[in-house]
Design a binder for this molecule. Structure first.
Ligand code: ADP
Ligand code: PRP
Ligand code: MG
Length: 224
């Protein structure tokens, strides 16, 4: 691995995304004795310090966490199963399901759209999603022909304005679907976030990483 792509000093670098993953990872870090001393919501800094000079936190987009860890620019990170399935998981060790940022991946349509009937009749469906890999696999396994339209957010808008017949997106409370007059017609899978570790870092920095992995594992089983 080149110097440019491996964090070489003996310190550890953790990749997290702002928002729910950062917030839900804080208690797990604390269980490992690590306290992040800067707030990503108020700071513009992208490398945050912790109380441990040997641990720093990178703030990256949720979908970029696996890439930073894969290439060794971060030693470990936290990423949703949805994101990991799209990335493919290459070069990543995934030792712990952290049981945080829990939601489900679902198919949703306009309240008036008869999805079951469309599927029965073998209609070709237009499906808008950020999760093209997962959506392709899901509809292929059902033998449903789809045209996938790649979006990067606000998927719920697509059926409302006729861009698509259906969406594949994550659902938690269902509030966003309800607010936009959409209904969930199929649950594809349960989603939660995983600890991901660079495979080379696991070997080279095992002495530093192993206690953190164990603390995360223990603390995550105590999650409600
Ligand atoms: P993004 O900016 O990519 O949307 P989020 O912080 O919203 O990032 O999502 C990060 C991860 O949290 C997702 O990959 C998914 O696993 C999970 N997630 C997304 N939306 C929700 C939600 N409404 N409730 C719980 N977990 C969610
Ligand atoms: C996510 C997701 C849905 C919503 C589902 O959006 O993309 O829109 O949550 O949650 P609910 O079922 O509880 O309403 P998020 O809040 O992450 O907004 P963003 O990704 O568009 O910033
Ligand atoms: Mg989001």
């Amino acid at each position: 691995m080149s110097i440019a792509t491996q964090s070489t000093d003996s310190g550890l670098i953790l990749a997290l995304s702002k928002g729910r993953i950062f917030e839900d990872t804080l208690p797990l870090l604390e269980a490992a004795g690590i306290v992040v001393t800067e707030n990503p919501e108020t700071s513009r800094k992208l490398i945050l310090a912790t109380n441990d000079p040997g641990v720093r936190v990178l703030i990256v987009r949720a979908s970029d966490v696996p890439t930073y860890v894969q290439y060794g620019a971060a030693d470990f990170g936290v990423a949703g199963k949805d994101v990991l399935l799209e990335h493919g998981g290459e070069g990543l060790y995934q030792p712990v399901d952290l049981n945080i940022a829990c939601c489900r991946m679902s198919v949703a349509v306009n309240a008036g759209f008869d999805y079951e009937n469309a599927v029965r009749q073998g209609a070709r469906l237009r499906v808008a999603t950020k999760f093209t890999h997962t959506a392709r696999e899901h509809f292929a396994s059902k033998g449903v022909h789809v045209d996938l339209i790649k979006l990067y957010g606000s998927m719920e808008l697509a059926p409302l304005v006729g861009l698509s017949d259906a969406i594949v997106d994550v659902v938690s409370t269902g509030n966003t679907l309800r607010a936009n007059n959409l209904v969930e017609v199929e649950k594809i899978m349960e989603i939660s976030s995983r600890l991901v570790v660079n495979q080379a870092a696991l070997k080279l920095k095992r002495a530093r990483l192993q206690p953190i992995i164990e603390a995360f594992e223990k603390a995550s089983t105590l999650q409600p």
